[in-house]
Design a protein around this ligand. Sequence first.
Ligand SMILES: N[C@@H](CCC(=O)N[C@@H](CS)C(=O)NCC(=O)O)C(=O)O
Length: 250
Amino acid sequence: MTGPITVIGNPVSPYVRKVLAVCRMKGVEVRIDPITPFRGDDAFAALSPLRRIPVWIEGDLTLCDSSIIVQYLEETRPAPSLWPDDPVQRARARWIEEFADTRLFDVLGWKLFFQMVVKPRTLKEPPERALIEKARDEEAPELFDYLESQIPAEGFLFGEVSIADFSLAPAFLNAQVVGVEPSADRWPRLVAWLARMEAETVLGPLNDLSRAFMTTPFARHRELLGEHGWAATEVSHDAGFARRGPMSPV
Ligand SMILES: N[C@@H](CCC(=O)N[C@@H](CS)C(=O)NCC(=O)O)C(=O)O
């Protein structure tokens, strides 16, 4: 396929950072339309029926869902591979990606970041305190315990950095900005691995871009992309006002 590739989605989203990390690893050039899904216009809804980001547009092909997009990237640009060679390890990496996309994001994303940042700032709705407290005090520590049992003392989950690492690590930034992060006393492997992800992989600069988005008014987001080495699309799918999608939590 020819022509420029577009990724619709704001790098504050861990799913968008997963896709952009894979693009950087594989040397795939993309242009970004950095909208928040809640402000997507009708053209966005036509491309993304669940009104979710990321969306991948390459020629006539439109793909939704980060896992589908990164699998497509792996099949069309196989080098360097981001899945372990061994089928057993490859299956484990897929499980870690599934765990990250569903349960980890449910707690760190929807119950913490969405409640504490997106609801008050973007949707102008009050956060649900009981949900936040349970996620912070009970659910997140259980997830950290599980991950502590999976993460090696050195390197990445499957030796070389892989799709498993790029699926798991991004949501920790969203939790960190609302004051939830694993402590090195209780979860030393998890904390050391997160530091390696920031310092040694393409996730570090992507997290910097995400931090800049979180602290900069929406009107400057397209410029921010250029300042961080990414191209912006000419056209935006921003509607200028926020609304929920069909899959947004209540
Ligand atoms: N399974 C999807 C999840 C994507 C997702 O939930 N993205 C969030 C942003 S982090 C979103 O677009 N939420 C808007 C909504 O659900 O209304 C993927 O892997 O891409």
